[in-house]
Design a protein around this ligand. Structure first.
Ligand code: M6R
Length: 608
């Protein structure tokens, strides 16, 4: 989705803006631009295509002296990718210029009225309406004008605004779209995400919805919509610039796959104390947990796949119904949620629009919300009753890996925690499983050593057109994730099927050479899954099998085998997913794909 940056300070802003935008590239975009104030005039430079085109066009920003400016990478929602639709957008009189992430939902009626009043638009975007309204409602007072525009617009927005009449002042607002402020002696900065700010400072303000930010080179003030000044604590970001850099790896994705042992350690360790679960971050009463009527897990994409694993585990341990739901479906389904329901929301970014909206709906029905989120201070974290952070660090690659794995580890702990409170398992059982969970980082270190072998295998599969992943129970949940991982970065058509369901239709697609990955790590169901593997093999499929070290596999049944260490059933999904991430990565690499930024995708999906 779109990325926003803005700077006002005591040094030329253009290099800061361009560097910031390059650190937001991971969000996905189709055009980029910046605007600065030079000699009391607003200058806009923007172009369709890659950010490097803009950087070259501006000679890295070296030609601008201006110390105030805004920048944007656009992911098209209203109007195709083009120079005209790229941000920033200027008002017709040239006084105001705006960058925006989100959607102005009532833009069509606003635009019609403005056109009737004689306003001429130069783009198809919803954002230009904001620039036009700033011009229309301007009364000489920058703050009041911004406030008046906020009264009129509906939807979601993070906005950065500058005005030629106020060359030292910068305004920004946030509503249901990410935005943070960075504070430094050289100046102050806004951005959609932390990596953009880190080269300047690690001191930030997290912002809440409906807050207006006024920045100068010396000061940042935060106001509510009524103009009341708000206090905010400075947060120091612990990771440094290198955490959001490739560090010698070819892609962020492989770096993030390799970082999983550390990310898991950082996520698991603080939650375990003296062999017991230590959820300081959760304050649901024991009474609420004992009387839960059902649990909903709501998420999108890979986070939803974590939920699918969660359903199998929580139902097994807690003996409560668990409904795992895609957020975009949940929000329009009149969900059966009561004040006795627990809704677990999972999101790496904490900003996914559908997940956020689903959360709000569940909350309005009285449910208690527990979110599992990677980005501190994100919208989902801010409005949840309780938050468990995955301490995965910044995840830049669009295809999630370390965030997925850390989410999974927290799901195990949540399952144990709730089940013990309900009384379906005892503390000895929990203690035994905790020991297994603590072993996950070590096991994954071992599996990562398979990378060169998997890279060789991947070369053999690089030119396929279709792939099928089959498994049962949590093997099926991992099949869903493995399939998504492969298709989103390699553009190979891929599907995941519950292994027993294949013969109800999809098996008609299996023919000589069709690539099928059988996931058979769940020992209880090994034989059942292997029967399905035999069925596809009998029809000529090229079969890769993922199973545990000790399982007996007849060589004639499969073409290649990847084995993971033999481990406790509870943690098996965490081990099983890693070779699948590597497989997806190396196939995409062999196909020379744009792995970190696959076409049409965005890291943080802030539109529905
Ligand atoms: O930030 P979120 O975890 O809420 O994002 C959810 C999905 O958009 C995300 O998992 C997506 O499916 C990834 N591209 C998967 O790799």
């Amino acid at each position: 989705m779109c990325g926003i940056v803005g700077f006002v300070g005591r040094k030329p802003c253009a290099p800061v803006l361009l560097e910031g935008l390059s650190r937001l590239e991971y969000r996905g975009y189709d055009s980029a631009g910046i605007a600065v104030i030079e000699n009391n005039n607003i200058v806009v430079k923007k172009t369709k295509g890659e950010l490097k085109t803009l950087i070259n066009l501006l000679d890295k920003g070296s030609n601008f002296k201006s110390e105030i400016g805004i920048g944007h990478t656009r992911w098209a929602t209203h109007g195709k990718p083009s120079n005209e639709n790229a941000h920033p957008h200027k008002s017709m009189n040239g006084k105001f210029v705006v960058v925006h992430n989100g959607i102005i939902e009532n833009y069509a009626s606003l635009k019609e009225n403005l056109i009737n009043e004689g306003y001429v638009f130069s783009s198809e975007t919803d954002t230009e309406v904001v620039a036009a309204l700033l011009e229309k409602l301007y009364n000489g007072n920058f703050f009041e004008t911004v406030s008046k525009v906020l009264d009129v617009i509906e939807g979601s927005y993070a906005l950065g605004i500058i005005c030629a009449d106020f060359p030292d002042e910068f305004y920004a607002v946030r509503k249901a779209s990410p935005l943070i402020v960075g504070l430094s002696d050289e100046g102050n900065m806004i951005a959609s995400d932390i990596p953009a700010i880190l080269p300047l400072t690690n001191k930030i303000y997290y912002l809440n919805d409906n807050e207006i930010i006024k920045m100068t080179a010396d000061e940042v003030e935060i106001f509510d919509v009524n103009g009341n000044k708000l206090q905010r604590e400075v947060t120091e970001i612990k990771w440094d610039v290198s955490a959001a850099e490739k560090g010698g790896y070819k892609h962020f994705m492989i770096k993030e796959i390799m970082e999983q042992p550390k990310a898991l350690k950082d996520t698991i360790e603080p939650r375990i104390k003296d062999g017991k679960i230590n959820f300081e971050d959760i304050d649901f009463s024991d009474e609420f947990l004992k009387n839960i009527d059902c649990i909903h897990i709501v998420a999108c994409g890979s986070a939803y796949h974590v939920g699918v694993v969660g359903k199998y585990i929580i139902e097994d341990l807690a003996r409560k119904p668990v409904y795992v739901e895609i957020a975009s479906e949940f929000r329009y389904s009149n969900p059966l949620v009561t004040d006795k329901s627990l809704v677990i929301v999972i999101s790496q970014s904490g900003e996914t629009a559908d997940t956020l909206e689903a959360l709000k709906i569940a909350k309005s029905k009285g449910a208690k919300i527990l979110s599992i989120v990677n980005v501190v201070g994100s919208s989902i974290a801010n409005i949840s009753d309780n938050v468990l952070y995955t301490w995965a660090g910044p995840e830049i690659s669009v295809a999630t890996t370390k965030a997925y794995s850390t989410q999974l580890s927290l799901i195990y702990l949540v399952a144990l925690y709730i089940s013990e409170k309900i009384g379906t398992i005892d503390s000895d059982f929990v203690a035994e499983k905790i020991k297994e969970i603590e072993k996950i980082p070590g096991y994954i270190e071992e599996i990562l050593k398979l990378a060169p072998e998997i890279e060789q295998m991947a070369k053999r599969y690089a030119y396929l057109e279709h792939a099928y992943f089959i498994g049962r129970n949590f093997d099926y949940a991992i099949a869903l994730e493995a399939s998504l991982k492969l298709k989103e970065i390699s553009y190979i058509h891929s599907e995941a099927y519950a292994a027993g369901e294949l013969k109800h239709g999809t098996i008609s697609l299996i023919e000589e050479g069709t690539f099928v990955v059988g996931l058979a790590c769940n020992k209880d169901l090994f034989k059942k899954t292997m029967s399905n593997v035999e069925e596809v093999k009998a029809r000529g499929a090229e079969v890769m099998l993922i199973t545990s070290e000790n399982m007996d596999v007849s060589e004639s049944m499969v073409d290649t085998v990847i084995r993971i260490p033999d481990c406790d059933k509870l943690i098996t999904p965490s081990l099983e997913v890693v070779p699948m991430q590597l497989l997806g990565y190396y196939i995409a690499l062999a196909r020379n794909c744009n792995i970190d930024k696959p076409k049409n995708l965005a890291k943080s999906v802030t539109v529905e």
